[in-house]
Design a protein around this ligand. Structure first.
Ligand code: NAI
Length: 308
């Protein structure tokens, strides 16, 4: 199998590294617009293969999409990341142009590829891809909720002093500091509901820390994070190529699910060989549905910027 990652920056290179280590592809193309950059990252990664023991061939290319031909999955991370104090929304104009042209170039050479959209503002970039590319909706997956859910489990694991692998938990809604919704009511530790294990105050703090999880790291790092985003993309790629049918929050086209339509927003979906396969309905309470609707309104107003 062949996989392409566009953008050899922090997130793209990290996800490529993870994909290679897990041998999810025989061939991995890393493409960047910056002359020589993807080539350099690819060679550096290939020089770890004798040490780490993987057998994925990583090839770096500068903007030559013919080398990506026949990719089963393409990950789009090209675009500007956030700087401290910047919102994901502020990236909209620049990244929209980049994501659209990159996706069109990918599909020219890999018409059957499943696209994973990472560039921010991710829900809007996913909606733009849905509207402009004419692909079946299941082949367009926005990655944001997978990362936010991992952050949610991290903060829960800190609060409970437990292994995050024993936790289940989902963050739905938009991939923004104020639009994401950590679903504490559904989070479990070894099948026990965390609402029975932690106080309301602690759970509220876990939810608040999750929501500003990205901004906290941007403040510390001076740019947005890459290890967890790269790992989150890799988890999706793994579920696709191994047809694992795992449940992840992804931004997908809603056509009435969760009472929303004409929008891409984070909901729990099964991810397998054909892309996202099924939206799982969590039966939100009225209050949760109202929060979800507010999140949709915020994302929709950002989508409207594209139409202006
Ligand atoms: P970065 O600046 O390290 O890397 C971006 C790369 O894209 C650069 O190497 C740049 O040369 C390349 N690029 C720009 N225009 C291009 C084009 N037209 N064709 C090919 N390559 C192009 O940024 P980083 O940290 O890797 O972030 C990438 C994007 O992912 C940003 O928009 C960021 O906000 C977003 N992001 C999204 C997350 C999510 O959960 N959805 C999490 C973290 C970052």
């Amino acid at each position: 199998m062949k996989i392409t990652v566009v953008g050899a920056g922090a997130v793209g290179a990290t996800c490529a590294d993870n994909i290679a280590r897990k041998e999810l592809a025989e061939e991995l193309i890393l493409l960047d617009i910056k002359e020589g950059f993807a080539e350099g990252k690819a060679i550096d990664m290939m020089q770890t293969s004798a040490l780490l023991g993987f057998n994925t061939k990583i090839k770096g290319v500068t903007n030559d999409y013919s080398k990506t031909a026949g990719s089963a999955v393409a990950v789009i991370t090209s675009g500007l990341p956030r700087k401290p104090g910047m919102t994901r929304e502020e990236l909209i104009g620049i990244n929209a142009g980049i994501v659209k042209s990159v996706a069109e170039n990918i599909l020219k050479f890999s018409p059957d590829a499943i696209l994973i959209i990472v560039s921010n503002p991710m829900d809007t970039m996913t909606y733009l891809s849905l509207k402009s590319l004419g692909l079946p909706k299941n082949r367009i997956i926005g990655m944001g909720g997978t990362l936010d859910s991992a952050r949610f489990k991290y903060y829960l694991s800190v609060a409970m002093n437990c292994n995050s692998n024993d936790l289940q938990g989902f963050v739905i809604g938009g991939h923004g500091d104020t639009t994401m919704i950590p679903l504490t009511r559904y989070a479990t530790y070894q099948s026990l509901n965390v609402t029975d294990l932690l106080s309301e105050e602690v759970l509220a703090k876990v939810a608040a820390d999750t929501m500003i999880g990205g901004a906290t790291l941007t403040g510390l790092l001076g740019t947005s994070a890459w290890y967890a985003p790269g790992a989150a993309v890799c988890a999706l790629v793994e579920s696709i190529v191994r047809d694992e049918k795992k449940l992840f929050t992804c931004s997908v086209s809603l056509e009435g699910e969760y009472h929303q339509e004409d929008i891409c927003l984070g909901v729990p979906v099964i991810v397998g060989r054909t892309g996202w396969e099924k939206v799982i309905d969590y039966n939100l309470t009225e209050e949760e549905q109202q929060t979800f609707n507010k999140s949709a309104d915020a994302v929709r107003s950002m989508n409207n910027v594209l139409k202006e």
